[in-house]
Ligand binder design. Structure first.
Ligand code: GLP
Length: 250
């Protein structure tokens, strides 16, 4: 696990965009695993800027997204499908037919999860982008007594509902469940890139880097993956830097 420190949010976004852009340049028909949340927005803006300047071509790229709220259609402005359309896809030349997101409007959880695992089997990510929840969740793999392997429906924890309430008119509007890639889907990516920003993530970043690998801190499982890069700003690395500065590269 390589941990790269960035000065601030903008610097984090640029450094992380460098890695995603390199993937698209070396393999134009690559599969990008994508994430939502506020953290990747700057990175997506940077990819759009590089596309507009002619540095990047997404015409052959495919994508697989981590997760989606249950009960929201892709037209709902709170859905992750809507988020991806408005924060990335609308700004680049990607073929929408090559983009994949779990269908939150499908009430048949078993059917939807099986369909998505088949998508992941056929379209494994070359690089999977991840954010991280304050409680260590990745995608919507919440702290639990065991790791969930395949794509599954998960009940969101109170901590995640509270954290994500800022995107909704009121807390009661936050969906109570989501479909998410499981640990196998995430870990099957050839490379993983996790981005983190801000003080609120600092305690969990230390847990991920040096705490036990356990399902109570879902992101800790990344320590078992051979090619993980974390790009985090100074604020997100502040607690880890106090205890283990040697783990952080410039
Ligand atoms: C949501 C998403 C996660 C994301 C997390 C953190 O719960 N399902 O994929 O990593 O939020 O979001 P933020 O980047 O806004 O802190």
């Amino acid at each position: 696990m390589k941990i790269i420190s960035a000065k601030d949010y903008n610097d984090m976004s640029k450094k992380a965009a460098d890695l995603m852009a390199a993937q698209v340049i070396v393999k134009p028909n690559c599969v990008l695993g994508l994430a939502t949340g506020s953290t990747p927005i700057g990175l997506y803006k940077e990819l759009i800027r590089r596309y507009e300047e002619g540095e990047l071509d997404f015409s052959e790229v495919s994508t697989v997204n981590l997760d989606e709220y249950c009960g929201l259609t892709k037209e709902s402005d709170q859905s992750y499908a809507y988020f991806m359309e408005h924060n990335l896809f609308c700004g680049i030349n990607i073929d929408r037919a090559n983009t994949n997101i779990p269908n939150g409007a499908n009430p048949d959880a078993a059917g939807e999860c099986a369909r998505y695992d088949e998508v992941l089997r056929k379209t494994p990510a070359d690089i999977q982008l991840l954010g991280i929840g304050n409680n260590g969740h990745i995608g919507f793999n919440e702290p639990a007594d065991g790791f969930a392997v395949g794509t599954h429906q998960v009940m969101l924890t109170e901590s995640t509902i509270n954290a994500n309430a800022r995107f909704f008119a009121k807390k009661e509007d936050v969906p109570r469940s989501a479909y998410t890639m499981g640990v196998a889907g995430i870990m099957s990516a050839k490379k993983i890139l996790l981005v983190a920003s801000g003080e609120a993530k600092a305690p969990i970043m230390k847990e991920v880097a040096v705490g036990p690998v356990c399902p109570q801190v879902p992101a800790s499982v990344l320590r078992l993956h051979p090619d993980v890069t974390i790009v985090a700003d100074e604020a997100a690395l502040s607690v880890l830097r106090e205890s283990n500065p040697e783990l952080i590269s410039k």
